[in-house]
Design a protein around this ligand. Structure first.
Ligand SMILES: Cc1cc2nc3c(=O)[nH]c(=O)nc-3n(C[C@H](O)[C@H](O)[C@H](O)COP(=O)(O)OP(=O)(O)OC[C@H]3O[C@@H](n4cnc5c(N)ncnc54)[C@H](O)[C@@H]3O)c2cc1C
Length: 360
């Protein structure tokens, strides 16, 4: 069996990994570069139980456990670690901090412990995606640079992918192009997927910042309230994201760039939140789009009406967390005919109406 996966983000690479564990040949077709989009530019924060009470809970819990297992079993290092997580606010009148985080400015109030090494963790998302792909390749998978331009079909069945206009045969195809999965609605009966833009900075903080994740509410001096997330990483960098926008998704992932002014606001915010960030070199000023659906849940499952076609996207703010369990479940669905580690029915792509291709 040969499965063609369109999209080399964390979801596509994880599907390839779990298929290769089942002895199935997988080819990941990626237009621009492995983890070039949100999968390389996101926070990489993981939480075991923050999705509890929503249909995502079983997927998130399974995936949190898989992240730990994968890190333990592999000789590869992608910056996985358990860590403490705190919440607080800045830019508002100062209150007494319940927790002392000495790398933050004294004006920041740290009011809550949101998580502990028991239920919160992190990875470097780009390194995790690359490690999943390497692991898959070591078990026979292939990474192929090229643009998916269509799905080849015969008698109601997907029989291949058009790569830059050339047909490549396969026994099954998976759409995992993140927000660009909306383009696949031209080829397959799929609901809409949208992209929500987020901006981030990566600082070279070396050992100046300990391994503590922080979620803040930040009042800008002459602006709105931002919700920055700060993730010091094991590689001596600190990642900060915090400004979202509804800018249109460019067709070409290589053309994603920060909105004018957004990076300046982020830099000013970081300088006011932490003197250690203020004095650290900025290694990356970047933006990316997270894939979202109209009901907020991912699309993970078989494409209705087209045998051999599958989709896995729309993971929104939890794509890095939920990638391993998604990869495992899609591999089960393709190989065994049904997923058994998690119930995929809440994510059935058939639950929402098909996007009319004329709207694209
Ligand atoms: C600012 C920000 C912070 C985040 N923080 C976290 C976090 O802390 N924890 C967490 O769990 N999640 C987080 N997320 C969410 C997470 O990053 C995403 O849900 C996840 O990366 C989506 O992965 P993906 O593989 O579906 O899509 P993507 O990473 O977008 O990958 C899709 C791939 O498809 C490729 N592609 C596009 N068109 C084509 C084509 N025609 N042919 C072939 N390939 C194509 C693209 O080049 C791209 O590489 C964050 C997101 C943002 C924006």
């Amino acid at each position: 069996m040969h499965v063609l996966i369109c999209g080399g983000g964390v979801i596509g690479a994880s599907i390839a990994y779990f298929l290769s564990c089942r002895g199935v040949k997988a080819t990941v077709i990626e237009r621009t570069g492995l983890a070039c989009a949100a999968s390389g530019k996101s926070g990489g924060f993981l939480a075991r139980d923050w999705c509890d009470g929503s249909p995502l809970a079983p997927l998130a819990r399974r995936s949190f456990a898989l992240h730990a297992m994968l890190a333990e079993q592999s000789a590869d290092d992608w910056g996985y670690r358990r860590l403490d997580t705190y919440g607080g606010f800045a830019g508002f009148p100062k209150r007494r901090s319940r927790y002392g985080l000495d790398w933050l400015s004294p004006d920041v109030t740290v009011s809550q412990a949101l998580g502990s090494p028991d239920n919160t963790a992190q990875v470097h998302p780009g390194q995790f995606t690359a490690a999943m792909m390497r692991g898959a390749e070591a078990q026979g998978a292939e990474f192929r640079l090229g643009r998916a331009t269509g799905i080849c079909q015969h008698g109601g069945r997907a029989i291949g992918v058009e790569i830059d206009g050339e047909a490549v045969e396969g026994d099954a195809v998976v759409i995992a192009m993140g927000p660009w999965s909306i383009l696949a609605a031209l080829w397959l009966p799929l609901p809409a997927v949208f992209g929500l833009k987020g901006h981030s900075l990566v600082f070279d903080t070396a050992t100046a910042v300990p391994g503590e994740a922080v979620f803040l509410e930040y009042q800008e001096q002459h602006g709105g309230v931002l919700s920055p997330e700060l993730f010091p990483r094991t590689d001596g960098t600190t990642y900060v994201c915090g400004i979202s926008s509804e800018e249109a998704l460019p067709i070409d992932p290589a053309e994603v760039a920060p909105d004018p002014g957004a990076i300046g606001r982020l830099e000013a915010m970081c300088a006011s939140i932490s003197p250690r960030l203020a004095s650290s070199e900025i290694l990356a000023r970047q933006a990316c789009f997270r894939p979202v659906t109209s009901d907020g849940l991912p699309l993970v499952g078989a494409v209705p009406g087209v045998a051999g076609a599958y989709v896995a996207t729309g993971h929104s703010v939890w794509g890095i967390l939920n990638a391993p369990a998604t990869g495992e479940a899609i591999a089960e669905l393709i190989v065994d005919g049904a997923a058994h580690t998690v119930d995929l029915s809440p994510f059935d792509p058939g639950r929402m109406p098909r996007l009319d291709p004329a709207q694209l």
